[in-house]
Design a binder for this molecule. Structure first.
Ligand SMILES: Cc1ncc(COP(=O)(O)O)c(C=O)c1O
Length: 448
């Protein structure tokens, strides 16, 4: 299939209308002023713009397309579902077949006893749901005073008012305050921030002390939950936690009756080389939120998945039901697409491919010996390269990659390498060769 064959005049009109009639999410007026990008076709790890130019997508279409673009298996599942029943809502006492089949599939792949799902339309909504679930859980158990949440500095959970309230990054919060009251912040807990001479375990002990002091000062009986992105995302370059940190937080939450929420919207579904990041540490939260790769980018879907212990308080009879819902949460066709997406991850062993290719990519970057590279962080196919340079160098590299056929996400001086899990060695080499040339070009351009 080729590009749609739009004339130059039609393309110019599309660009004009895009800028005039649409406010993009996280818009950049500087970029929009240069040239809006309009995509028209996708195939595997590649996308094509309206000019017919081909790009390798090293950011997997905002970290969604775990199985690549336009998979016929998903198209078939979606078409079949569309032809039978495109939608019936999951409300009151009604379900659809793919919704139940998907819930059953999640029981198989989710860590520990996370097995009861509340389906929504996005990762943001999944986090809103988790916060509400934690609050109502305590109310149902007679602990009405537990309404606060502990979250971490520099975390990202959503731009909605609830998810924004537990998001630590200032940029997402500052125009919208006051946000939800009772959100308390503790250190980001990154092993890379550990002071020289302090062991990872000792650093963890220090961080846990900080959390316990906060719980003591606020009163455990006032705290509903602790929400964290166990591996923080592309905004901060996937910094790993120090040793024993996740288990330490789990233990503190158990000790003080606080529900632990892991936001694996970005990290779930194989990207780290295990189904979920917390599988690396064998720590299971009380609620996990999922989105993005869950549905592989095909149709929006998210979920807050919890344990029978939490779910049973909402299932104990009339009057205790979880008070939340939306029209399209658990959309029938989205569930069919998601089941097909998970089927591909399983059949093609993509979790293992993420581990193997992630290790390969990391090794190649570590042996590049470019003076601009400060460090490589992350795990599996969620990797980031921090530059020994400022944001304008990162932006120059992104632009260079774009002009040379690759989509690259940079957050200032952090370059993100998080391609689809289907990436082959040949594609990884293509991506890395471009990065290597871009780094060399930047060193020359900025005389570094
Ligand atoms: C860690 C994390 N949580 C939540 C979200 C929100 O998900 P969505 O944008 O799909 O609503 C994101 C999105 O980037 C995320 O990275």
């Amino acid at each position: 299939m080729s590009t749609k064959g739009l004339s130059e005049k039609e393309i110019a009109r599309l660009k004009e209308d895009a800028v005039k009639y649409i406010i993009p999410h996280f818009a950049s007026n500087a970029e929009l002023a240069k040239d809006p990008k309009i995509f028209e076709r996708g195939e595997g790890c590649f996308v094509y713009d309206v000019h017919g130019r081909k790009y390798f997508d090293s950011f997997a279409t905002l970290l969604t397309t775990v199985c690549g673009h336009c998979r016929p298996e998903v198209t078939k599942a979606v078409t079949e579902q569309m032809e039978r029943l495109e939608f019936f809502p999951n409300y009151v006492d009604s379900f659809t077949v793919p919704l139940i089949q998907l819930a059953r599939k999640l029981v198989e792949i989710m860590p520990g006893d996370l097995s009861v799902s509340f389906f929504v339309n996005s990762g943001s909504e999944a986090n809103e749901t988790a916060l509400k679930m934690a609050r109502q859980y305590h109310i149902e158990r007679g602990q009405r005073t537990r309404f606060k949440f502990i979250a971490r500095r520099d975390s990202y959970h959503a731009t909605t008012l609830g998810g924004g309230a537990v998001t630590g990054l200032k940029w997402f919060r500052e125009y919208f305050e006051p946000l939800m009251p009772g959100c308390l912040f503790v250190s980001a807990a990154r092993d890379c921030d550990r002071p020289k001479g302090v062991s990872s375990r000792a650093y963890t002990a220090q961080l846990l002390k900080e959390i316990e002091a906060l719980i003591r000062d606020e009163g455990a009986e006032s705290i509903a939950g602790f929400i964290m992105d166990p591996l923080p995302g592309s905004n901060t370059g996937y910094p790993l936690p120090p040793e024993g940190y996740l288990q330490g937080v789990r233990d503190l939450c158990d000790k003080h009756g606080i529900l632990l929420i892991f936001d694996e919207v970005q990290t779930g579904f194989g990207k780290t080389g295990k189904w979920f990041f917390c599988d690396h540490y064998k720590v299971v939260p009380d609620i996990m939120t999922i989105g993005k790769g869950f549905t592989g980018g095909f149709i929006p879907l998210g979920a807050a998945v919890t344990t029978p212990k939490v779910a049973q308080v909402f299932q104990q009879g009339p009057g205790h039901e979880f008070r939340s819902g939306s029209t399209y949460g658990g959309h029938t066709v989205a569930c069919a697409a998601t089941l097909a997406n998970i089927g591909i991850i399983e059949r093609e062993n993509l979790v293992e491919n993420a581990r193997v290719m992630g290790a390969y990519i990391r090794k190649r970057i570590e042996t590049m010996h470019n003076p601009l590279i400060d460090k490589v962080s992350g795990v599996g196919l969620l990797l980031a390269v921090t530059l020994k340079a400022d944001a304008k160098v990162g932006t120059w590299i992104r632009q260079w990659c774009w002009e040379n056929g690759m989509i690259l996400r940079n957050n200032g001086n952090i370059l993100v390498l998080a391609p689809s899990l289907i990436i082959t060695k040949k594609e990884a080499d293509f991506m890395l060769d471009l990065i290597e040339r871009a780094l060399a070009g930047a060193a020359k351009q900025f005389k570094l």
